[in-house]
Design a protein around this ligand. Structure first.
Ligand SMILES: Nc1nc2c(c(=O)[nH]1)N[C@H]1C(S)=C(S)[C@@H](COP(=O)(O)O)O[C@H]1N2
Ligand SMILES: [Mo]
Length: 161
């Protein structure tokens, strides 16, 4: 009996654990409609930077991946190709609670932007947890934090016409 209970528990874990890991992956869709999934392990391997930001008047140090590098990892390139019609491309970012925000792609390009917007995974040295994590956008210098979207689940390039 005990064995059967253990078996069922292990079976249950086998079903639940991959689902939970999958739920944490971020789905990124290009302007061609091609979706790539980036899981936490892949995101952890991308180059990280540290940015100092002010969160509701309180200084905070965030670590994360520059958005240009996140997009580059799934083949969405900025830089020299971001010109002409591509300047109408925006990134729609979605969260677990249904909250959504957009940034113009040019806002992530170091050639345009005076600041580095990141996909943060740590605050003051600690992984982002609960309603904030595991990933949150941090746009240093913003006077309002309304686009610092928490619990990011997906991103989609949308061409504004
Ligand atoms: N997923 C998600 N992110 C969100 C919001 C939200 O409702 N859902 N609210 C935004 C707004 S309006 C603000 S002011 C900040 C608040 O950040 P805080 O909860 O860390 O104080 O988060 C932003 N990010
Ligand atoms: Mo807000």
């Amino acid at each position: 009996m005990r064995n059967r209970t253990s078996c069922l528990m292990i079976l249950g874990l086998c079903l639940v654990v991959p689902a939970a890991l999958h739920a944490q992956a971020i789905q990124i869709t290009s302007d061609q409609g091609h979706t790539t999934s980036l899981n936490p392990e892949q995101i952890a391997k991308l180059p990280h930077v540290t940015v100092n930001a002010t969160d509701h008047d309180t200084p905070a140090q965030f670590e994360g991946v520059p958005m240009a590098a996140v997009l580059g990892a799934v083949g969405i390139t900025l830089g020299d190709t971001l010109r002409g019609e591509r300047l109408t491309e925006v990134l729609l970012i979605e969260a677990a609670d249904g909250y959504k925000v957009v940034f113009a792609l040019a806002e992530f390009d170091p050639a345009f932007a005076p600041r580095e917007i990141i996909l943060a995974d740590k605050r003051d040295g600690k992984p982002l947890t609960g309603k904030e994590g595991p990933f949150r956008i941090v746009a240093p210098g913003d006077k309002r934090q309304a686009r610092w979207i928490r619990q990011v689940t997906g991103m989609k390039v949308v061409v504004v016409k």
